[in-house]
Write a protein of this length. Structure first.
Length: 102
């Protein structure tokens, strides 16, 4: 249930002008998973949020983002502004569960 709320919250953030900022690694992970899905790419394997963030931008550099939805483009912009935080309330398992749901 909570994982679905994270996804909903991220989508809502793209609908504000300007889009709201991401507030944690769970929202970052949801954004990455949704953009990868829209791009037809697999979410890269990861063991830390930093690794996921870095691998995601390596993927984004290699694809043509012009075919992505407006929501995904906004999510990429939100991710560019995000600074990965030290893990506190989430676990890698939590983040991987978000990837599965998205």
């Amino acid at each position: 249930m909570i994982h679905g709320l994270v996804t909903w919250a991220v989508i809502r953030k793209t609908q504000t002008d300007p889009p709201d900022m991401l507030i944690g690694n769970t929202e970052m992970t949801a954004c990455i998973a949704m953009v990868c899905k829209d791009a037809g790419e697999d979410v890269p394997d990861f063991e830390t949020p930093e690794e996921l963030y870095e691998k995601f931008f390596n993927i984004i550099e290699e694809i043509d983002i012009s075919g992505l939805s407006e929501t995904s483009v906004k999510m990429i912009d939100m991710l560019k502004q995000y600074h990965v935080l030290p893990m506190k309330n989430e676990t890698i398992e939590d983040l991987k569960k978000i990837v599965e749901i998205c």
